[in-house]
Design a protein around this ligand. Structure first.
Ligand code: ADP
Ligand code: ZN
Ligand code: ZN
Length: 666
């Protein structure tokens, strides 16, 4: 008996499709969502193939419960994207699809009905474009190059210094895309940046429908935005990395803003690079992709040097009269400091206060102090579940682990010797805020970090307030470093740059340069000149010379030379196999066995397993091994064979994952 067999992807950790038979009158097709029995309950899966035979015995083949038709069928292009990502990152297709769909699309609950709130700014609104500025020659050149490529796949690097008006370029291009009746997808690294860009977009396109997509949206809002995008009702799709996985029927342009940002890489489950997926997406949709940044990732820079990406330069700030800030180091070895703030830094802040300008004090560490210690016996508060110190949070009087989230009250006395005089060592944002408040009692100080920014709406209000000049001194982490345009900000002080200079991670210098250029780039964006002061004990470090000269190309050249001689990406391709278990030895043993599991071809190199720098997290010990190859296809083929065996080889109690193109090793 020939049956209509549906091969269905389900979100289960098994790299296989599941066969069901289709007894419905209207036959299902690939891309349909299907309710099927699985174990003792029902699940929603995605029909990937339709066949007329199955390896499962006919008597055991179960029928599909029903096909869901309340959302458009997922397109074959989109299924191709999913297949590619599943293969490239070596994850089950079912898990990949699940990562790409909003939870509601995979649930048995019916989809929410659209109220009146959606508005009727339909496709007729596409011609309304309200520009902010006439593009300057550099912007016009970039717009012309990308504009000429609309309708074909072409990747561009928009290398524009901070404040060079990259957004204006995006807006003009999007206007052209809407004019053609197509959709534009714009990705930003942080949820906190979406409201600003959304506001910019809404001003520029008052009648267009904009779908905003990120992980912090509540279920119904996210489902509506997704449906708007998938039905083609939304002309502009704006979101964080997950937005790149949205099916889009008429995709005409992809923009990745701050393409260098590490948060484009997902760090769990399907560990995809949102930036790389964006390029793939553009390729499948045959449209241009624009990767915008002041500090390209070395991968992207390398691609532009090799001619694979066309480089478009915006070498100057866009506001007439605005200049890049003057960058100077402050030598902590010779200059007196008070509460961790060097004298020249304090004087510079004082000057800004006198002139009614804003200062930003950047310290990439939240909390009050990273260590609480007993000076009598040397005890320091540590996390019982992680090999890490607990961070002192003064605002709510807690000790908190930044690795596992564990927290406890501050002890009254040393648990080892009973000393009651416990001391905070080092400083975080809260302590710097406290010091600044004592030093500048008349100043309005605002702290921004992920503790102060718990509620998103509040963060948006605070940032808007800063933009209107409702603060004198800002203290914050990298949340303050990215993308913001604060007109009155003329001074940026960086307190603790040195730890990254000492890191063993070969990407640390790249990240530090990007962070400093980005945070420094927040100041002097209008007529008033900006100044950046970096406190350091290593003022002679070549990275600072490059930073002072705003010489990204020179910095990148030196970094690439180092990477080349050491055999690091982008000259080789990498994957990491990571394992965790209750006992370190179990994780190490699994990795050692894994390294011998299949023959390793000549072009591929497997390194010995090593424990993580922070070995224990949340009660589990962690280790990893690195796989490298100069040939991406050779690496991919090895990973394919290897990962299939790994799925079967892991002993109980050992959790593992593969990370393809890893960027973080701690
Ligand atoms: P980037 O994203 O490159 O850091 P933005 O797009 O935020 O820069 O632009 C920086 C500032 O320059 C904004 O205030 C913007 O309004 C302004 N701007 C952009 N283009 C022009 C232009 N052609 N003429 C004048 N000002 C401009
Ligand atoms: Zn003690
Ligand atoms: Zn912990």
């Amino acid at each position: 008996m020939v049956k209509n067999v549906l091969r269905i992807a389900l979100d289960v950790p098994v790299a296989t499709l599941f066969d069901y038979f289709d007894a419905e009158a209207a036959p299902a097709a690939p891309g349909d969502r299907a309710v099927v029995p699985f174990g003792t309950r029902q699940r929603v899966g995605i029909v990937v193939e339709v066949a007329n035979a199955s390896r499962v015995a006919a008597s055991r083949l179960k029928p599909v419960v029903r096909i869901l038709a309340d959302a458009p069928r997922l397109s074959s292009d989109w299924l191709e994207l999913m297949r590619f990502l599943a293969a490239y990152y070596h994850r089950p297709l079912g898990e990949t699809v699940a990562a790409a769909l909003p939870p509601r699309l995979r649930s048995l609950k019916p989809l929410p009905k659209r109220g009146m709130a959606g508005g009727e700014a339909g496709r007729d609104g596409k011609r309304d474009f309200v520009p902010d500025h006439e593009p300057n020659p550099a912007q016009a050149g970039a717009i012309a190059r990308v504009g000429a490529a609309l309708g074909e796949f072409r990747p561009f690097l928009l290398h524009g210094v901070t404040g060079s008006g990259k957004t204006e370029v995006y807006l003009r291009l999007i206007a052209q895309v809407l004019e053609r009746g197509a959709q534009a997808l714009a990705l930003v690294p942080e949820i906190a940046l979406t409201p600003q860009l959304e506001a910019r977009f809404r001003r520029a396109f008052p009648r267009a429908r904009i779908a905003v997509l990120h992980s912090a949206l509540e279920d119904t809002a996210r489902t509506h935005a997704w449906l708007d995008a998938v039905r083609g009702d939304a002309q502009i799709i704006l979101g964080t990395r997950l937005a790149v996985l949205t099916p889009l029927p008429r995709l005409g342009l992809v923009v990745v803003d701050e393409e260098h940002d590490a948060s484009f890489k997902q760090q769990e489950g399907l560990r995809y690079s949102g930036r790389d997926a964006a390029v793939l997406r553009a390729k499948l949709a045959r449209c241009p992709v624009v990767l915008g940044t002041a500090t390209p990732s070395l991968e992207t820079w390398f691609n532009s040097l090799a001619g694979r990406y066309e480089r478009l330069a915006l070498p100057e700030r866009a506001v007439p009269g605005a200049r890049l800030p003057v960058v100077r180091t402050v030598d902590l070895r010779t200059v007196p400091a008070e509460h961790g703030l060097a004298q020249p830094v304090l004087e510079a802040i004082q000057q800004r206060l006198a002139r009614n300008e804003q200062s930003l004090v950047f310290i990439n560490r939240r909390g009050y102090a990273p260590v609480l210690a007993c000076e009598a016996c040397g005890w320091a508060a540590g996390c019982t579940r992680c090999s890490a110190r607990l961070v002192l949070h003064a605002t709510d009087q807690r000790l908190r682990c930044h690795h596992c989230g564990a927290e406890q009250r501050i002890p009254r006395q040393c648990p080892t010797c009973g000393n009651v005089d416990l001391r905070p060592l080092g400083r975080g944002t809260q302590r710097v805020e406290e010091s600044l408040a004592a030093l500048f009692p008349q100043a309005r100080i605002v702290r921004i970090d992920s503790d102060s920014a718990r509620r998103r709406a509040e963060l948006v209000r605070t940032l808007e307030g800063i933009g209107r000049g409702e603060a004198d001194i800002l203290v914050g982490t990298q949340l303050l470093a990215k993308g913001h345009d604060f007109p009155d900000l003329t001074l940026v002080c960086v307190l603790n740059a040195d730890s990254a200079l000492l890191s063993t991670d070969y990407r640390a210098a790249e990240r530090l340069f990007a962070t400093l250029a980005q945070v420094g780039g927040r100041c002097g964006r209008r007529e008033q000149p900006g100044e950046v002061l970096v406190q350091t004990r290593y003022p002679a470090h070549p990275m600072f010379r490059a930073l002072e000269r705003h010489d990204f190309a020179g910095f990148a050249e030196a970094q690439l030379a180092e990477r080349k001689s050491a055999g690091f990406p982008p000259y080789v391709h990498e994957a990491a196999l990571r394992a965790e278990a209750r006992k370190l030895e179990a994780a190490m043993a699994f990795l050692r066995a894994a390294a011998r599991l299949v023959p390793v071809p000549d072009e591929v190199r497997i390194y010995d397993p090593v424990p993580y720098v922070i070995t224990r997290r949340a009660g589990r010990e962690r280790a990893q091994l690195l796989v490298q190859s100069a040939s991406r296809p050779a690496l991919q083929e090895f990973l394919r064979v290897w990962s299939e065996r790994l799925f079967a080889a892991a002993p109980r109690g050992v959790r593992w994952h593969l990370d393809v193109d890893p960027i973080q090793f701690d």
